[in-house]
Write a protein that binds this ligand. Structure first.
Ligand code: DC
Length: 201
């Protein structure tokens, strides 16, 4: 039987951490849909056409190195405004959502566009400053040479593009449970997410 959990929210709000914890708790499969757009964005940086990259995307493409860089994140956010690119990625995501045994998909439009019938919808958010601080720490720890002001500007630019685009903009689904992690510990945010899922099971 399928059971779909949609986890949406802006960059660096804690979706990845919460998704992994929910998956570990319930034994579901996880798809980080940002990786689809990152894989397409990376191919565009490498000179490929965005639509051709999206149409030819395979599961192995999500495993390649170098998808987590700020440059690829910006490229992903740029290809993500293209309607035909988004359309080319729909079937892959819906097939994943329908798999037996339960699935967690995290992204921007899972609860609104990809899986409007999801069993549980979470919208995980936090202030731009808190998200930039987390992303800055992550990037510094991974050895990237950057500064807080640049990361904050990147976060805000990506928010603007993700929220302002005409197709599938980042907005909470009407029936989403909103979790604002700005002043929450990871443990509390995870507990809130697991509690919301348990309430619908
Ligand atoms: O979640 P992320 O930071 O890896 O996502 C990278 C970009 O991909 C994000 O800025 C917007 C786009 N994206 C999207 O438009 N829809 C999704 N479901 C997931 C990501």
């Amino acid at each position: 039987m399928s059971f779909t959990i949609a986890i949406d929210g802006p960059a660096a709000a804690g979706k990845g951490t919460i998704s992994k914890a929910v998956v570990a708790h319930f034994g579901f499969a996880h798809l980080d849909t940002g990786l689809l757009y990152r894989a397409v964005g990376k191919r565009v940086i490498d000179g490929e056409d965005a639509l051709a990259a999206a149409q030819g995307l395979m599961a192995e493409d999500l495993e390649v190195d170098g998808l987590r860089t700020p440059a690829v994140a910006q490229a992903a956010s740029r290809v993500a405004v293209e309607t035909d690119v988004r359309t080319a990625l729909v079937d892959f995501q819906r097939a994943f959502a329908a798999r037996a045994g339960g699935a967690v998909l995290d992204g921007r439009d899972i609860g609104t566009v990809i899986c409007p019938e999801a069993d549980v919808k979470l919208f995980v958010t936090a202030s731009p400053e808190v998200r930039a601080e987390r992303r800055y720490r992550e990037l510094s720890e991974a050895g990237h040479n950057t500064d807080f002001a640049t990361v904050l500007a990147d976060v805000k630019a990506r928010d603007e593009r993700d929220q302002g685009r005409a197709v599938a903009p980042l907005i909470p689904a009407e029936d989403a449970v909103v979790i604002d992690t700005s002043h929450m510990s990871i443990a509390d945010a995870v507990a809130a997410a697991i509690g919301a899922v348990q309430a619908r099971r």
